[in-house]
Design a protein around this ligand. Structure first.
Ligand SMILES: C[S@@+](CC[C@H](N)C(=O)[O-])C[C@H]1O[C@@H](n2cnc3c(N)ncnc32)[C@H](O)[C@@H]1O
Length: 225
């Protein structure tokens, strides 16, 4: 085990806004966390946005800076990755950020029905061989609907053309409302947005930068469930 990973795990274990429930709890489907996010974790009734597969948590932290009256929760299975976002939140005194270390498949264990207002899927693994593992697919959307408010919004940002096109097809096939989509965020799409939306779209994650540097165009889909 790398020393750096251990150091990051030790550090996030000291943060009360980083929740790391045991795998047995995630698998059991029952947890005390459901229904506690507003009152006990964030200490307010403000809406909650999830970033699923948050990596370093750039969207979680970036949106938390922009919207102090909303709450942001990054979820990833790798704690040493979101250590970065957690540390930045401490350094900047952000009180509307939390992180949950669990598998997205089991996230439903930790939320009550309708507890979540919005979801961001940022540069999810494209899973070219296994449709059923794609986080933007109907099987996962059914899982999200168990805790996302009816009519809640899901944002997808990706570099992957295959995942972008497949997701649009699936959304159409399953009757979801696609509010907007583009296969090139930083082309003419972004110039037509409000200043606030331009700022939201300009948050760049680690993987976004990596793929953009490799010449990939960045895609975006927003839909409601
Ligand atoms: C390609 S990275 C993207 C990270 C970040 N969103 C970004 O854009 O830089 C995918 C992330 O999803 C996480 N991940 C993949 N499958 C997951 C799952 N089933 N449950 C939880 N996290 C998962 C990985 O640990 C990784 O941090």
């Amino acid at each position: 085990m790398g020393k750096d990973k251990l150091r990051k795990w030790d550090e996030i274990a000291t943060y009360d806004f980083v929740l790391q429930p045991p795998t047995e709890v995630a698998l059991s489907g029952e947890s005390d966390l459901g229904g506690t996010w507003h009152k006990d974790v964030f200490g307010n009734d403000n809406p909650i946005t999830l970033e699923l597969g948050c990596g370093k948590g750039e969207y979680t932290v970036g949106l938390a800076r922009m919207f102090p009256h909303r709450n942001f929760l990054g979820i990833d299975i790798k704690g040493h990755r979101f250590w970065r976002g957690a540390k930045t939140s401490v350094e900047e005194g952000l009180t509307n950020v939390a992180f949950l270390r669990t598998r997205i498949e089991f996230a439903g264990t930790f939320f009550n029905e309708g507890e979540i207002d919005e979801i961001w899927l940022t540069f999810s693994d494209p899973q070219p061989r296994e449709e059923k593992h794609r986080l933007t697919g109907p099987k996962f959307i059914d899982r999200y609907k168990k805790y996302l408010k009816p009519g809640g919004t899901i944002h997808v940002k990706t570099d992957n053309t295959g995942l972008y096109e497949w997701t649009l097809e699936q959304l159409q096939e399953h009757g979801y409302t696609i509010e907007t989509h583009t296969n090139d965020v930083y082309g003419s799409f972004v110039t037509g947005l409000t200043e606030e939306w331009q700022k939201i779209m300009s948050i760049r994650t680690y993987y976004e930068k990596k793929f953009a540097d490799e010449g990939e165009k960045i895609k975006y889909i927003r839909f409601t469930v």
